[in-house]
Ligand binder design. Structure first.
Ligand code: ADP
Length: 445
C-alpha cells in the first residue's frame, strides 16, 4: 500500500509540474507576442508620421537594427527597404498585411520562416498619399524558445524528480504509519481521533466483525456444551434399561428364577426393551429436529385430521388408564411438516393420558383463529407445579422421575414438541394447577 501511495503521489507531482510548465510557458509566450505586436503598431504609427512629413529623408541615418522597414507604393512596388535593395524586391501587393492596410488603413500578419525556427511579425499602415509603410520584427518560435531553455528545464525536472521522490516517500509513510499502528483487538480506541477520521468506516467494520465473531464463538461453545450434556444424559438413560435387562437375564441363566416366574421375568425384559426402543426413537427424532429443520417437508396439512390420527393410535394407552379422549373443533389448514405436526399432537396427548388419573379425561381442540391454527390439549391429570412449567421443555427433565419411568416416559417428549413448534415458527404455552390438570396450547401460523 505504501509503495502504491508513493508511486501515485510521485506521478501526480511530476505530471502537475510538467503541465504547469507547459501552461505557464504557453501563456507568457502568447502574452509577449501580443505586447510585441502592439509595440510594433505604435512604432509604425510614429514612423508613418515621420515618413509623411520627410519622405525618403526620414530613413537617412536611422538606426534600425532590430526592425525591418519597408515603404511600399500603392501599386505594390517597393520604394525603400532598409535590409534589401528595393529594386531587387518583388511586388508586395499580395502580402496580407499590405493588402489589409490598403483596404482598411492598417494591417497585421505573422509568417513563419522557411526553417520554422522563428517567425516574422508585420505591421503595416497606409499613409495619406496612398503608400504603405511596413515595420517587421523577428520573434523566435515557441519551440525555439523551449529549445533555448532546454538546459534549465532539464535541471528543473531533475530537481522536481528528486524533491517529489523524497516528499512522496515521506507522505506515504505518514499515511500508512497510523494504519499500521491500529490494534485490531480494540478498534474502538481510535474513534474520533485526528489521524483516524478517514479510516473510521474500516475501524467500525473491524469492530462489528469482532463482535460478530465473539457471538459466534459463544454460540459454538454453548452448542458444544449442550451436546456434551445431551450425550452424557443419553448414555445414562440407555444404561439403566440395559442393566435391568442383563440383570434379569443373568438371574434366569443362573437358574435362580423358578419356572413359574420365568414368564413375568420375560415380560420385564420386554418392557425394558420397549423403553429402550422408545428412547432411541425419541433421540432420532430430536437429532433430526436439531438440524434446524433442514429436512423439513413443507406441505399443506389439516391439523384436525392429524389430531384425529394421533388420538386413534393412542386408543390402547387411553383404555389402559380408563381415560376418555375427545376431539373438538374443525378443519385447520396449515403449511407444515406432517410428521412433525403429528409428533406434536401425539406427544402432548400421550402426556395428557400418562399423567392423568384413572378414569380422567383429555379434551383436544383444533381451531383456526385468524391466520393461525390453534391446538389445545387439556387434561384432568396431576398437573405441574408452576416453578417447573418452563423446565419441562428441557431435555430429560421430569417433574417426578419415578412416575415418568413408571409410565414409560423418556423426558424427551416435550423437547421434541418445543423444537417442532419452533421450526414451524409457532408458540407453545402451558397452564397448569397441581391436582387440577394441565392445558397445553400450540399456535401455528
Ligand atoms: P416424559 O417422557 O417424561 O413424559 P416429557 O418431556 O414429555 O417427558 O415431559 C416432561 C415432564 O413434564 C414429564 O416427566 C412430566 O413430569 C411433566 N409433564 C408433561 N406433560 C404433563 C401433563 N400433561 N401433566 C402433568 N405433567 C406433565
Amino acid at each position: 500500500m505504501s509503495s502504491k501511495i508513493f508511486k501515485t503521489t510521485w506521478i501526480v507531482a511530476i505530471s502537475v509540474f510538467l503541465l504547469s510548465l507547459v501552461l505557464v510557458l504557453g501563456i507568457s509566450y502568447n502574452y509577449f507576442s501580443k505586447v510585441q505586436i502592439n509595440q510594433l503598431k505604435n512604432e509604425v504609427e510614429l514612423a508613418s508620421k515621420g515618413v509623411s512629413v520627410s519622405g525618403l529623408d526620414y530613413f537617412e541615418g536611422l538606426n534600425t537594427e532590430d526592425y525591418r522597414i519597408t515603404w511600399i507604393a500603392h501599386d505594390g512596388s517597393v520604394i525603400y527597404d532598409n535590409e534589401v535593395d528595393s529594386h531587387a524586391m518583388e511586388n508586395h501587393l499580395e502580402r496580407e498585411e499590405v493588402k489589409e492596410a490598403l483596404e482598411s488603413g492598417y494591417g497585421e500578419a505573422v509568417r513563419y520562416s522557411m526553417t520554422l525556427a522563428d517567425k516574422q511579425l508585420y505591421s503595416a499602415k497606409k499613409l495619406p498619399d496612398g503608400t504603405v509603410l511596413r515595420l517587421s520584427i523577428t520573434q523566435v518560435a515557441i519551440w525555439t524558445l523551449l529549445l533555448g531553455f532546454a538546459q534549465p528545464i532539464c535541471w528543473m525536472i531533475i530537481i522536481v524528480l528528486v524533491l517529489s521522490f523524497v516528499l512522496a516517500s515521506r507522505l506515504a509513510k505518514i499515511i500508512v504509519k497510523p494504519i499500521n499502528e491500529i490494534n485490531p483487538e480494540e478498534p474502538e480506541k481510535y474513534y474520533g481521533k485526528e489521524n483516524y477520521k478517514e479510516v473510521e468506516p474500516l475501524l467500525k467494520h473491524i469492530s462489528a466483525q469482532r463482535k460478530q465473531h465473539k457471538l459466534d464463538q459463544e454460540k459454538i461453545e454453548q452448542t458444544a456444551l449442550i451436546r456434551q450434556e445431551f450425550t452424557a444424559n443419553v448414555s445414562h438413560e440407555l444404561k439403566t434399561p440395559l442393566h435391568a435387562i442383563s440383570g434379569y437375564a443373568e438371574l434366569i441363566e443362573n437358574g435362580m428364577v423358578k419356572d413359574e416366574d420365568i414368564k413375568p421375568f420375560a415380560g420385564k425384559i420386554r418392557g425394558e426393551s420397549s423403553r429402550l426402543t422408545t428412547l432411541v426413537e425419541d433421540i432420532i427424532d430430536l437429532t433430526k429436529l436439531d438440524n434446524g429443520g433442514a429436512n423439513t417437508q413443507w406441505e399443506d396439512c389439516d391439523l384436525y385430521r392429524i389430531a384425529e390420527n394421533a388420538i386413534d393410535s393412542l386408543d390402547a394407552a387411553a383404555a389402559s388408564m380408563d381415560v376418555t379422549v375427545r376431539l373438538f373443533g374443525s378443519e385447520a389448514p396449515v403449511k407444515g411438516d406432517p410428521g412433525m405436526l403429528y409428533s406434536i399432537v401425539y406427544n402432548l396427548c400421550d402426556n395428557a393420558i400418562k399423567y392423568n388419573h384413572v378414569g380422567g379425561s383429555v379434551d383436544v381442540t383444533v381451531n383456526t383463529e385468524g391466520e393461525n391454527a390453534v391446538l389445545s390439549v387439556k387434561d384432568t391429570g396431576i398437573g405441574i407445579p408452576e416453578e417447573f412449567c418452563d423446565r419441562i421443555f428441557e431435555r430429560f427433565y421430569r417433574v417426578d422421575k419415578s412416575r415418568s419411568k413408571e409410565v414409560g416416559g423418556t423426558g424427551l417428549g416435550l423437547s421434541i414438541v418445543k423444537h417442532a413448534v419452533m421450526i414451524h415458527h409457532g408458540k407453545i404455552e402451558v397452564k397448569s394447577t397441581v391436582g387440577g390438570g394441565s392445558e397445553f396450547t400450540v399456535i401455528i401460523p
